[in-house]
Design a protein around this ligand. Structure first.
Ligand code: F6R
Length: 604
């Protein structure tokens, strides 16, 4: 959340940080701002998208700048609450991502000392503290300020007396340093700098870094100088362009065959699973994630349990991190649980905390992640990278499919290791998984049919998504996609559960999306459709090609391509994504940047 970028070098900083900031707008977009070093510091900030701030930004030749795009935590989106924040005489400017837990106490103390505040933001205490402690060395001033504050943060600071210096620190939120030629970058995310450099330093928590055009100095939390490692990261070439699509989300939905294909090359050819130490007897598996990644985890549970008979639990990261220690830990090492953390960004605060809690309890941790080098990939025991390419639309789409695919392959790998799949069966699974891109292409080719369903939803009071077994998580995901981009209230339910309460809500203005695949739950689902129709709710059913029953009992239906029901979550997901997209489009919402949301959730 909140994007941060800073530049110090031999070029005009303004255009570079604006360009980089736009790549981070998906992290937060309620306001933005920039601080530049002229004779004094010049700060320009504005509520709304970056373009609003750009309109009022005077041209500057400064070669030092920090900038910020905000996702509000403390204080409404407004010009005053936008970053950078400064002290009263504008000598220090600070951008901050995160939250300062004890800011009210600090603010009260500073007010008693006579300092004035102009915003409601917790971040405003930072420039005031830094200015108060400043005695000629910006690193020391930041260091002293850190001993006062509690919370999570990435902070970047500039000072009028240090015309080419940015000082930065992180604590549980992301920070990277990009190394250029007589220029260096500070950012909350590698995407901000990849156009300029692939040479990256990843500071650890509480390490303070001083960046000038020609030098990087890293200090530990007692200000002892540290050596640092420079890593070369892969360049993403296709990012940040919509490629003729109206929205990134639509582009990313249509990229799914390629994302699955690229991930298959990673999974089947590069085979990261071989490198994981999974040859012990796994007593249980715990999958931990948030949002859409959590839904991928739920699908993974059905697949892994079906293939291996290993019990799998799936938890929200925000719950797992505060739950009692995992049962059985501390017992026999061979039965310690495997914990699989799923996060496309690799920066989600709760999932990171869950990974740390699991490690502390002695679990073997694996991350399924789309961003190489992200925090989670650096903290867990093993990593499976999904090769979706950068996802810019706030609503997760292609990363969901590649996460599910990674879990299917993990399931077959564990099943083969434990002897429950033999080699020919393993190869059969692989060949079915390899057909997924073409199945997805078939759904994409039917997008007009999905679009034609939109009129059933635009006036809906509420939409219910129902499924059973492996498609119950798809009901949850369908509802999440719809609510986040169309703002229509939606709920996902196991189809058998509606009669335990929600049926009370059904009527003509509550359409239902039912997923009816021909697995062992099929006949039960047909009965559920009858129950819902009897309450006058219009039912639109997803079924398999050639289904004889669904057309007779549903108001509308959509056929997915021929596929084994166990693999049906893939085409079903694409249907859900496109339907939500077209409904949101009809309603005119800001699809790529839905209100109140941000892509990378780095606060609790
Ligand atoms: C929904 C969505 C979110 C994320 C969630 C986890 O479309 O994008 O629910 O799935 O915030 O994010 P990651 O996967 O980055 O940990």
């Amino acid at each position: 959340m909140c994007g941060i970028v800073g530049y110090t070098g031999n070029k005009q900083a303004q255009d570079i940080v604006l360009d980089s900031l736009k790549k981070l707008e998906y992290r937060g977009y309620d306001s933005s701002g920039i601080a530049l070093k002229e004779d004094k510091l010049v700060i320009c900030k504005k509520e709304g998208p970056i373009s609003n701030m750009e309109e009022i930004l005077p041209k500057s030749n400064s070669s030092l700048a920090i900038a910020h795009t905000r996702w509000a935590t403390h204080g409404v989106p407004s010009d005053a609450n936008a970053h950078p924040h400064a002290d009263a005489d504008n000598s220090v400017a600070v951008v901050h991502n995160g939250t300062i837990d004890n800011y009210l106490d600090i603010r009260e103390n500073l007010e008693e000392e006579g300092y004035k505040f102009v915003s409601e933001s917790d971040s405003e205490i930072l420039p005031i503290l830094i200015s108060k402690y400043y005695a000629g060395d910006l690193v020391e001033a930041l260091h002293n300020s850190l001993s006062d504050i509690q919370g999570i943060f990435t902070i970047a600071v500039i000072h009028e007396n240090h015309p080419d210096e940015i000082v930065a620190v992180r604590h549980e939120t992301p920070l990277i340093i990009g190394l250029g030629n007589s220029e260096n970058f500070v950012a909350s995310d590698i995407y901000a700098v990849l156009k300029y450099t692939q040479q990256i330093i990843y500071p650890d928590d509480n390490q303070i870094v001083r960046v000038t055009p020609e030098s990087i100095d890293l200090f530990d939390s007692s200000l002892k100088p540290l050596e640092y490692v420079v890593e070369t990261v892969e360049k993403y070439t296709e990012v940040a362009e919509k490629g003729g699509y109206e929205h990134f989300m639509l582009k990313e939905i249509f990229e799914q065959p390629k994302a699955l294909q690229d991930s298959q090359t990673e999974l089947f050819i590069d085979n990261p699973l071989e490198g994981l130490s999974l040859n012990w007897k796994i007593g249980s598996i715990s999958i931990v994630a948030c949002g859409t990644s959590y839904h991928a985890g739920l699908v993974g549970k059905y697949v892994i349990e079906q293939l291996t008979a290993i019990p799998v639990s799936v938890d929200y990261s925000s719950e797992f991190r505060y739950a009692a220690p995992v049962q059985g830990v501390g017992g026999i090492l061979s039965s310690r649980p495997l914990v699989v953390l799923i996060s496309q960004s690799g920066e989600t605060a709760d999932t990171l905390a869950a990974a740390r809690a699991a490690k502390q309890q002695g679990c073997y941790t694996i991350a399924v992640c789309n961003v190489p080098g992200s925090r989670i990939t650096r903290e867990v025991d093993g990593v499976i990278i999904t090769k979706s390419g950068q996802e810019i639309g706030v609503a997760a789409t292609k990363t969901f499919l590649t996460q599910m695919q990674a879990l299917y392959v993990l399931g077959t790998h564990l099943a083969f290791n434990s002897g429950s799949l033999d080699h020919p069966q393993l190869k059969l699974w692989e060949s079915e998984i390899r057909k997924l891109p073409s199945k997805i292409t078939q759904v994409l080719n039917s997008s007009e049919g999905i679009k034609s369903l939109v009129p059933n939803f635009v006036n809906a009071k509420s939409v219910f998504f129902v499924g059973r077994n492996i498609n119950y998580p798809l009901a949850l995901e369908g509802a999440l996609k719809l609510k986040e981009i169309s703002y229509i209230h939606a709920e996902g339910y196991p189809a058998g559960e509606l009669k335990h309460g929600p049926l009370a809500l059904l009527g003509e203005d509550t359409p239902i999306i039912a997923v009816a695949m021909q697995d062992h739950t099929y006949s039960k689902l047909l009965s559920n459709i009858e129950e819902m129709s009897a309450r006058k709710a219009p039912v639109i059913t997803l079924c398999q090609k050639g289904d004889q029953h669904v057309p007779k009992i549903s108001d509308k239906y959509f056929e997915i391509p021929e596929i084994d029901p166990v693999l049906s979550p893939f085409p079903v997901a694409v249907f859900m994504q496109l339907l939500s997209y077209y409904i949101a489009h009809e309603l005119g919402t800001d699809i790529d940047k839905p209100r109140n949301l941000a892509k990378s959730v780095t606060v609790e």
